[in-house]
Design a protein around this ligand. Sequence first.
Ligand SMILES: NC(=O)NCCC[C@H](N)C(=O)O
Length: 413
Amino acid sequence: MTGQIPDVPDAEQVAPAPRVDSEVGPLRAVLLHRPGNELKRLTPRNNDQLLFDSIPWVDRAQDEHDAFADILGGRGVEVLRLSDTLVEALTDERAHAAAAATAVDRRRLGNELAESLAGYLSTVDAKGLADVLTAGMTFEELPAAEGASLVRKMHHPHDFVVDPLPNLLFTRDSSVWIGNRVAIASLSMPARMRETALLDLIYAYHPRFRAAGRAYGAHSAPVEGGDVLLLAPGVLAIGVGERTTPAGAESLARSVFHDGLAHTVLAVPIAQDRATMHLDTVCTMVDRDAVVMYPAVRDTLVAYSMRPDEAGGVHVEGPTPFLEAAATAMGIERLRVIDTGLDPVTAEREQWDDGNNTLAVAPGVVVAYERNVETNSRLEDAGIEVLRISGSELGTGRGGPRCMSCPVSRDAI
Ligand SMILES: NC(=O)NCCC[C@H](N)C(=O)O
C-alpha cells in the first residue's frame, strides 16, 4: 500500500452532519415516515380520537408519499425513513427492552396481561417490535398463549392492546433540530404521546444520531415541532396554542439560550383550533426574507420577544406585531408576506388544506400540495419555485409537506 493515495470517499457518500439553522437553507437530509399499516387501523369510530379527519385510502397515501420522497431525492436530499431508523435502533438490546416497555400500558391492561405482553414483546425481533410499536396490536392479534385474563376476555377482539400511531407521518412534530442539537417534542395529545418515546430511542441508539446533543427535555411541558420555526440563525418563533403551551415555549427558550443556539425566541399566540393547531398551519418560510401566511392572521398575529438576560434568566417583552418583531430579530427591514388565496373563502379553504404548510428545499424553492391552486400561483407570482405534490389522501391527517418532514441537515444560508 506504500505510496498509494488512500481512498477518499465522495462528498456524496459522506452523510451530512445533523445541523439545521434555518427554515430555508438547502436541504441535505430529512426524516420522513412512509405511511404504513398504522393508517389501516383508522375507522369511523376512532378517526377523531386518532386525529384524522377522515379515513385515508392507504395505498394511494403511500403513492403520494413516495412521490414526495422522490421529489426530495431528485433535489439531492437524503431521505431517511423513520421505520428504518427505528428498526436499526432496536437492534440494540437496551433500546429493544426500553421500547417494549413503552408499549405496555399496565394501567389499562392490568398486571396479568401486561406481564404476558411484555414477555411476548421481548421475544419479537427488531422489525416485528417496530411494527407493533407503529401499527399497534389488537386483542385478536395477541398470540393465543398470552394470558386469558379478564381484561382479554372482556375486550372486543378489535380493541387495541397497543395503540397505533398514525400521526407518525408528521415527523415535523415529534422532533426538531435546532443548530446541532435535537429537541424531542413533548407531544400534547394522548394519541401522539408515545411518539416522544420512539423518537427518544431513535436518537439515543441509532448510530447516525447517538452522538447528537439534546435541546430541551423530552418530558418537559408540551412543545410540538410544528410550532417551531427557525426564522433565521439564532431566531426562533414558537406558536403557542392548541398544542404548545406557554410553559413549553419558555422551557425551550431557556434551553436554546443556555446552549447558545439562539439570541431571540418569539412566542406567538395562535387560536386554539384544529385548523390552526400549529404555527406552521398559518405561516411557513419560503425564502430567506419571505413567508406564506394566512391573511386572516396577518394583521393580528403578535409576538412576545424573549432574550437571555445577564443573570441567566429570560427577559420578556411585548406583545408587539409578529411581522415587526420577526424582522427586528432577523435583522432585516421587512419580512415579505405572500397571502394564502385571493379572497377570504378561498384563503380559508386553502389554509385548511395546508396551503401555508410548505417545505423549503432551498431559498425560494418549496414543496406544496397541488390542490392549493391560488396560493401556489401567488407564490409563483412572487418568484418562488413551487414543486407540487398530490395530497388528497395524505391530507386526511391535516398536515402538509412541512408537517411531514423533519429536516436533519440544511446548509447554511
Ligand atoms: N405541523 C403540523 O401541523 N402537523 C400536522 C399534524 C396533524 C396530526 N393529525 C395532528 O393532529 O397532530
